[in-house]
Design a protein around this ligand. Sequence first.
Ligand code: NAP
Length: 291
Amino acid sequence: MPLPPPPNDGTAMLAGDALDGQVALVTGGGTGLGRAIAVELARAGCAVGIVSRDAQHRAAGITAVEAVGGRCAEAECDVRDADQIKAAFDQIEAALGPVTILVNNAAANFPVLAQDTSPNAWRAVNSIVVDGTFFCSKELHARVVREGGSGSIINIVATQAFTGGPGMAHASAAKAAVINMTKSLAVEWAPDGVRVNAIAPGLFPHEEMREDLAALRTQGPNVDATRSPAGRLGERREIGWAVTWLASPFASFITGHTLVVDGANWLRRDFVMPPFTPVAEQLSAVLRKAE
Ligand code: NAP
């Protein structure tokens, strides 16, 4: 019997008032995991600000949060730009009040061989993930210090940060940098009442996932389930619950930690590994498609 499925969609993990009075800013909160995170924070009583570049994405996030009775606001922002981040925090605070929880979820990723990665592609991915996470975190810290309260930052990373990510060297390096940053900031900012943690999701397919990523990583739920020790894939709400718990007072002694939510998939090693296929061959189908 593999790992059991999670509680049903709509189940609140914490009491509905556990995060009352808190305001969370979720970058990339309009799609995929970010939207699930926004919804679960709202279910625990948190007001949620959704920050990203695309108005339609943000609108989808707002609809989802409002559907569970949450208070929310949105702001346009490219997280590569520190001035836009400041303006987005101002906009969310004007609508909802001081931000106390930051979820650095925005990211970009696509399969590409290291030798074919252009300087632009390398910089774009690293800038969104590393610069964006750092600039947003600095902004949250400055505001919490100014208000005199406490705050929590949760960085969404990936298990490729531990293993390397052949075929995705840009995104893997960026996520590894964020785990390192999580540890530095946790120590620097604990005296200021700001906790900094990370969550490394395993495979959480969703309808908005890029086609090339989905094609690489999933072969449909029945096949995918047999390829993980857990016997199943992740459900997005499971990341939402993990974020909600880490943001809550129940985790107030936890900082500098990276929580893996992947059913042990990244630890898997068979005694005898399958024959090695060069990465260029593994990616050939999706790379051809991208041309
Ligand atoms: P996704 O749907 O592609 O979401 C990425 C989000 O980031 C989008 O909402 C996008 O919004 C936002 N974004 C991208 N560039 C931005 C920028 N420059 N400024 C502001 N926002 C930006 O991806 P996902 O699958 O939900 O992944 C969410 C997080 O989980 C990511 O950090 C990812 O690395 C991590 N993760 C996911 C999985 C998985 O299986 N899904 C596995 C491991 C890790 P706009 O387009 O509106 O800007």
